[in-house]
Design a binder for this molecule. Structure first.
Ligand code: 5GP
Ligand code: MG
Length: 183
């Protein structure tokens, strides 16, 4: 499909079709684990928006959805390590089984912070579903329960992931040309 972003992409890592197949599988696995229970999906904004939309549909689970806005990145490709809540959840999560939906698990700072925050708010359990995992860069002892793809140590964009708030609407996941963020 026509767009004016392809020109900034060095290479495609996962096509739209590959992402679709993988998310369908993850949804099935979540259904197997959570059918008959009452999970609450918690999407981490903004990066989760596309993955969340596809994953909750693929899961087929009768469940509520929530969103929390977190930010650890400024307009750089490196994490600051400091996580801020930019938008809090709107409902009580006491005693709830949560499924966190995240775009990418990198240093682990974001999910370490979020897990602690949600447990302190009274969550009963936390299951982490991340589309991408970059284990080579981990600083915190965090592992995801569901991982879409393990990615190499490169800065990726698309399917929800941004650079300076742009490229989130690319239907595939790709590596940005370094010239885009060094200029
Ligand atoms: P962490 O706190 O685990 O270092 O990073 C989590 C957040 O950093 C992700 O939710 C994502 O917003 C951002 N992030 C980490 N690696 C990448 C990347 O390769 N590309 C993009 N666009 N964002 C990333
Ligand atoms: Mg994110």
């Amino acid at each position: 499909m026509r767009n004016n972003m392809d020109q900034d992409i060095l290479k495609v890592l996962y096509t739209e079709e590959e992402i679709h197949q993988r998310v369908e599988q993850m949804g099935k696995e979540l259904f197997e684990q959570f059918q008959g229970r009452d999970p609450l999906f918690v999407g981490v904004l903004n990066g989760c928006f596309m993955f969340m939309a596809d994953l909750v549909r693929a899961s087929g689970l009768k469940s509520e959805l929530e969103f929390i806005g977190l930010s650890s990145y400024r307009d750089a490709t490196k994490s600051s390590g400091v996580v801020q809540i930019t938008r809090d959840m709107q409902r009580d999560i006491t005693g709830r089984e949560l499924i966190i939906v995240e775009d990418i698990l990198d240093s682990g700072n974001t999910l370490a912070f979020l897990s602690k925050y949600l447990m302190a708010k009274g969550a009963k359990s936390i299951t982490i579903a991340t589309l991408l995992d970059k284990p080579s860069r981990r600083q915190k002892a965090i592992t995801a329960d569901y991982v879409g793809f393990v990615v190499p140590d490169e800065f990726v964009v698309g399917y929800g992931l941004d650079y300076a708030q742009v490229y989130r609407n690319l239907p595939y996941i790709g590596v940005l040309k370094p010239s885009v963020y060094t200029k």
